[in-house]
Ligand binder design. Structure first.
Ligand code: DX5
Ligand code: ZN
Length: 218
């Protein structure tokens, strides 16, 4: 797949949310990444439906919602109604039974389904699921905050997952979320990743449009 950059709106200026959404519309970014946190699954609270709705009204590109919440299955239908096209939830938030039923629920609601894994969760945990999901979200940082340092072991995990997906001939792409920069993006892509979330690398830059282009072209 051609490289997709998904700016994380968590790093936008919420006082200028419309301006920042329009910037993403104008940029070479492929998707909008929406980080939803509940203060339970992660030690932080980000934003919920009203903010996602405000972004959805302005966004001219697909919305990729990343649920860092407990009991994600309770909110799947509402994200679908908002117009979200890609919905990921965490492996660590689910029993096997819930994982199976939530994957089905996301699909039944018409969205592509992703399963996100924390840095401590081994890639092998995903083996039974790779043929049943559209994408894996490999966290490059501990979920909860943007602007953290990339955890170097993430690179090896992406390599292992890339090989697993090829071996299983699974129709599944890899999204890397957290700590993505022009320093690591090309190698991660070479190892099999296709979608790259960028919070601080996009929004903390002096010229976000140029920063997003640099990520796309690095
Ligand atoms: C972390 C979020 C990420 C984060 C990325 O919990 O899921 O999407 O905002 O931010 P950076 O790119 O700054 O690591
Ligand atoms: Zn995210």
């Amino acid at each position: 797949m051609p490289r997709v950059i998904a700016p994380s709106m968590l790093s936008a200026d919420f006082g200028q949310l419309e301006r920042d959404c329009r910037m993403v519309n104008r940029s070479v970014a492929g998707w909008f990444h929406l980080d939803v946190m509940d203060g339970l699954f992660v030690p932080n609270i980000s934003f919920g439906f009203p903010v996602c709705e405000a972004i959805a009204r302005v966004a001219k590109k697909p919305l990729d919602a990343h649920l860092m919440i407990v009991e994600p299955w309770n909110y799947v239908a509402r994200f679908a109604r908002l117009g979200v096209q890609y919905l990921s939830f965490h492996y660590e938030a689910c029993s096997d039974r819930r994982l199976r039923s939530t994957i089905r629920l996301v699909r039944d609601c018409g969205m592509r389904v992703g399963v996100a894994v924390n840095p401590e969760t081994p890639a092998e945990c995903l083996i039974p699921w790779l043929r049943h999901i559209d994408y894996v979200v490999v966290m490059g940082v501990h979920p909860g905050y943007s602007g953290q340092q990339y955890i170097p072991e993430t690179t090896e995990k992406v390599a292992v997952l890339g090989e697993m997906i090829a071996t299983l001939d699974a129709d599944c792409f890899i999204e890397v979320d957290g700590g993505v920069s022009t320093r690591n993006i090309a190698e991660l892509e070479r190892l099999g990743a296709g979608v790259f979330v960028a919070g601080s690398a996009a929004f903390a830059a002096e010229r976000p449009l140029a920063a997003i282009r640099a990520l796309r072209d690095a």
